[in-house]
Design a binder for this molecule. Structure first.
Ligand SMILES: [Fe+2]
Ligand SMILES: [Fe+2]
Length: 468
């Protein structure tokens, strides 16, 4: 562990101790007392040093352990009474975790500690802290209820957690789009939190599977989450920093926010668009940029989120829309969003194309458009990441059975031998959920290989049933 990591751990332990100090002060003194505000100020300083700028700091209690910014703090490294006292406070208040945003003020923490004290004197979970913070206008402290967290903790299976994160993200996108439409507000905190969880899930390598889920009815919501997941995964694959992934995830989630300005009958028009309708559609990157810039604000970090919306239909050769000067080509993060966007759009069913393009075919189309429409290098990384046969692809095997690719083969040179979940046997009969690693069947008498990628609809296969 580097000396910098050790320093962060030390500060995290201090933060827990200071938090308990804040609780004591809030218990002893009246609101507004200097002792409370001083303790709160110290906690905020520590939080800034631990997380760096721009990212929320999550403080979590799970399985009798404390985690700060994703790192486990060991009980042995600090006093047991403080350690368990802290876990007990959260548990009795019905909380699994809370986050401190970068713009939190001492008075916000004071409000939070006051609510915790109130919660401790009642039944566990009797005070709805989230709602009360909201009423008080405290937006910089986010809380997660114990139920959700306990449920998450039970799902030791990381894949289950990834599914929950995916579904939660869809809820967040819906919420953001609906509130933007209703009162012109964008709750960027919700987006930030769920993007952090997505990055964690992508770290565990599961969530990419889920981006192959398609739900025709709610295309835009699914699409926004898929683009975000794919962009984070691609960004991680090319070695971007966590901070950049964080920006990228938000850019993916919000890239089509401008579509809210397109009348639904135009958006869902199955036939050919009139020139005027086309103009409205092609305006969505500008609308998206303006919405993000005006609602979320333009700061060092958010400018790339807004640019992701503005540039995601502009090609590296300067073609596409909106029209820009030929030499003002899209930035690096926008190019990533753009690849994720095209790939997901092609592989989804749309009003004007009921049958989605199979993943392998979409990649081949993109491959032929590299250079002009896609960044060459990034596209190579993308294809390499998805494997020769992308996850979620329905395949017919050499013995005639049909299955779904559920995992790629990480070995270079063996990407044509993925892991397949069998669905139908050679005679078309449904079979259980047998999973075969084709690499283990690459040779010998019972050799099994991928014959071709097929359209799942042709076999009546609902991919979602097998991945969710
Ligand atoms: Fe778009
Ligand atoms: Fe899009």
């Amino acid at each position: 562990m580097s000396s910098q990591d050790l320093e962060i751990l030390k500060q995290s332990r201090e933060l827990v101790a200071r938090f308990m100090g804040l609780m004591r002060a809030a218990h002893l003194y009246d609101p507004g007392n200097d002792a409370i505000l001083h303790a709160a100020g110290e906690i905020l300083e520590l939080a800034t040093r631990i997380r760096g700028d721009g990212v929320d700091l999550e403080v979590k209690a799970r399985h009798d352990s404390i985690y700060i910014g994703g790192e486990r703090i060991r009980e042995s490294a600090m006093g047991s009474s403080i350690y368990h006292g802290f876990i007990d406070v959260l548990r009795r208040a019905g909380l699994g975790s809370f986050t401190i945003d970068e713009d939190a003020q001492p008075s916000d923490l004071e409000d939070f500690s006051g609510l915790l004290i109130e919660a401790l004197s009642g039944e566990p979970g009797s005070v709805d802290i989230a709602a009360r913070l909201d009423v008080r206008g405290v937006r910089s402290i986010g809380v997660e209820k114990l139920d959700d967290e306990a449920l998450l903790a039970r799902e030791v299976d990381q894949e289950q957690i990834a599914k929950r994160v995916y579904l939660r993200s869809i809820g967040v996108v819906k919420n953001v789009f609906h509130s933007m439409r209703a009162d012109g507000r964008v709750n960027s905190r919700l987006v930030k939190r769920v993007v952090q969880q997505m990055i964690e899930a992508v770290d565990h390598g599961h969530i990419q599977n889920l981006s192959s889920l398609k739900n025709y009815d709610e295309y835009t919501f699914n699409h926004s989450v898929n683009v975000s997941v794919l962009a984070i995964a691609l960004g991680r694959h090319v070695g971007l920093s966590r901070r950049q992934l964080y920006v990228l995830g938000q850019a993916g989630m919000l890239h089509d926010l401008g579509k809210l300005c397109i009348p639904i009958e135009v958006l869902n028009k199955p036939g050919k668009l009139t020139p005027d309708e086309l103009k409205v559609i092609q305006n969505h990157p500008i609308e998206g940029f303006v919405s993000i810039a005006s609602k979320v604000g333009v700061f060092d970090d958010t400018i790339d989120v807004a640019l992701g919306a503005f540039q995601h239909h502009i090609n590296p050769d300067g073609t596409g829309y909106p029209e820009v000067a030929r030499d003002s080509t899209p930035g690096f993060l926008s190019r990533i969003v753009s690849i994720a966007d095209r790939y997901d759009a092609m592989t989804s069913a749309r009003v004007y194309r009921k049958t989605p393009i199979p993943a392998w075919k979409a990649l081949s189309i993109m491959y032929h458009r590299q250079g002009s429409q896609h960044d060459n290098a990034l596209l190579r990384y993308f294809m390499n990441m998805l494997g020769a046969i992308p996850l979620g692809t329905t395949v017919r095997l050499s013995d005639g059975s049909v299955g779904i690719v559920v995992a790629g083969n990480p070995e270079p040179g063996l990407s044509h031998l993925p892991t397949v979940r069998l669905v139908l046997d050679a005679s078309g009969q449904a079979i259980g959920k047998e999973v075969i690693d084709l690499a283990s069947r690459a040779k010998g008498a019972d050799c099994l290989t991928v014959e071709e990628a097929v359209d799942p609809a042709r076999y009546g296969i609902e991919i979602m049933d097998y991945l969710l």
